[in-house]
Write a protein that binds this ligand. Structure first.
Ligand code: NOJ
Length: 550
């Protein structure tokens, strides 16, 4: 049966969406990598958690050089994850449980194994096949220098030289990410038409929308002018998108308007969600103007430190700026590209985006401190009006896996920087379901594509299920209360508060987040707390929801 909330028109304005990272969610065939049948078998748990939708990171045919964000066939499932029939079964099961399904679409680039790129390599410079990508002659008398000075977001140059059919060194192609991810030429109608058809392929199979990868990419400034990042340490997030000639170009909005016409032509509310790492929020809001996308990930909120004035500012700015274009704000604390918030928010050092953490990172928090702060942050996030995202495992309080040996690491940014950046593997480790099973219940063989930390035994889902006060039960109760009190469609009314404390009312609920280092007095009937109150006081790093006083 479909619950009422999931049938509502404009469901996405207040939805809580759970991000499934298919490689690491549940593995039905025991090969160490999660798959679609594994997801299907665990959807009931997500329905019971109380989320409205699931978003799946890519499961398409791919050589997996960037964990599936290097797609070689946009219309098929990689055998690693199953088949199209498995996909259909997964969607049917999700819909049967009242869960919407959001797919991930990757339009900025293809895999170098995609038929188009292989055809481009086999064709001559200037051919229509080459023109689907960003091929250019090299600079310098012999063309042996890259066409411009752009750097790849994963590190190293953004250009790779090919060998022509006659064996001579040839042209260069652009790749904003890994060399296995050539950028498409979005000036070309053929590329646009191809993606129209890919969208329709998955919409016809029943998906409720798309998370759009690198939605600030696609279009590059005419002439591909040189550009040097001020801080070459930055990664996916840290780009100054306003300046970079390969990000946030005006022309990209035409593409989103075209996509919106497609999603609107389907029954039900099918949606588009932008992964657009742009700042400030005023610029980001351009992605969610009424005829463009429905939502954009609020990375400003995700990157806010655990600091009361900073949080209050980003919350106010988000509500005002997205509200100004008629869009809901979104809220997100973790995903597959950033250090998990149970580690990040309590880290003693500032970390450039995408660098990740490892055993020798200074200021790593201990488990309890990290989880305590993460729970407080989650309870604050889920009190806010708009749409929230939960990344698999955060409902268990999982911290970042820090002790992955170099030999097991897989993120291309680890390789492209010669190990200087740990990258994102630490937030992508297979999640624990059962504390006493092989691979903590991720599968029944014990194989895992990244090693699981021993401490995760105590965080497995089965040891938290039904245990009052566990992180899992906190999320479950919070999502129930959020729905019951319609917080997703409510608003934020700030109240006077002591220094370092945030107090706001949303409908009948008063939310008090103690971001200061010391306990504060609270009163009112407690609905839920991220950690127990102590002698009627709210300890540091704790959020509580109380019934709003009359
Ligand atoms: C953003 C995705 O979230 C990330 O995982 C991926 O590496 C890049 N886009 C490139 O597709």
């Amino acid at each position: 049966m479909t619950p009422t909330h999931a049938r509502d028109a404009e469901w996405w304005r207040s939805a809580v969406t759970y991000q499934i990272y298919p490689r690491s969610f549940a593995d039905s065939n025991g090969d160490g990598v999660g798959d679609l049948p594994g997801i299907t078998s665990r959807l009931q748990d997500l329905a019971e958690l109380g989320v409205d939708a699931v978003w799946l990171s890519p499961f398409y045919t791919s050589p997996q050089k960037d964990a599936g964000y290097d797609v070689s066939d946009f219309r098929d499932v990689d055998p690693l994850f199953g088949t199209l029939a498995d996909f259909d079964q997964m969607v049917a099961r999700a819909h049967g449980l009242g869960l919407r399904v959001i797919a991930d679409i990757v339009p900025n680039h293809t895999s170098d194994q995609h038929a188009w790129f292989q055809a481009a390599l086999a064709s001559a410079p200037g051919s229509p096949e080459r023109n689907r990508y960003m091929f250019r002659d090299g600079a310098g008398a012999r063309g042996d220098l890259p066409p411009n000075n752009w750097e790849a977001i994963f590190g190293g140059p953004a250009w790779t030289r090919v060998t022509e059919a006659d064996g001579a060194p040839g042209q260069w192609y652009l790749h904003l990410f890994d060399s296995s991810q050539p950028d498409l030429n979005w000036e070309l109608e053929e590329v646009r038409a191809e993606f129209d058809s890919v969208l329709r392929f998955w919409l016809d199979r029943g998906v409720d929308g798309f998370r759009v990868d690198v939605a600030h990419g696609l279009i590059k400034a005419a002439g591909l002018p040189d550009y040097r990042r001020e801080d070459s340490d930055t990664s996916v997030a840290g780009e100054s998108a306003t300046l970079a000639p390969y990000l946030a170009q005006d022309g990209v909005h035409e593409v989103w308007r075209r996509w919106r016409r497609i999603t609107d032509s389907y029954p039900g509310d099918r949606i588009l969600i932008a992964e657009a790492w742009v700042s400030p929020l005023e610029l980001m809001a351009n992605w969610v103007r009424p005829d463009e996308m429905h939502q954009t990930f609020n990375f400003g909120y995700m990157e806010s430190p655990w600091d009361a004035p900073a949080l209050r500012t980003v919350i106010d700015d988000s509500l005002e700026t997205f509200g100004g274009v008629g869009a809901p704000s979104t809220w997100v604390l973790s995903n597959h590209d950033i250090v998990r918030h149970a580690t990040r928010l309590a880290l003693g050092v500032e970390l450039p985006h995408g660098h990740g953490v490892g055993p020798d990172t200074p200021g790593l928090p201990d488990l309890d401190h990290g989880i305590r702060r993460a729970r407080a942050a989650s309870l604050l996030m889920l009190s806010l009006p708009g749409s929230a995202y939960v990344y698999q495992g955060e409902e268990l309080g999982l911290p970042e896996a820090t002790d992955i040996p170099g030999s097991a690491r897989q993120d291309p940014s680890w390789f492209r920087t010669g190990g200087e950046r740990y990258g994102r593997d630490g937030c992508r480790v297979p999640v624990p379901w059962e504390s006493d099973a092989p691979a903590y219940g991720f599968n029944d063989t014990g194989a895992t594509w990244l090693p699981q930390p021993a401490t995760w035994k105590q965080l497995a889902r089965d040891v938290q299920t039904g245990v009052p006060g566990s992180t899992l039960e906190m999320y479950r109760s919070t999502l129930r209360l959020r729905r019951e009190h319609r917080l997703g469609t409510g608003d934020v009314a700030w109240q006077d508060s002591p220094l370092g404390v945030l107090i706001h009312d949303n409908g009948p609920v008063r939310v008090i987040a103690n971001v200061s280092g010391a306990p504060v007095d609270v009163s009112g009937d407690v609905l839920i707390a991220s950690s127990p109150l102590e002698g009627g006081r709210l300890p540091a790093d704790t959020t509580v929801w109380v019934r709003k006083p009359e």
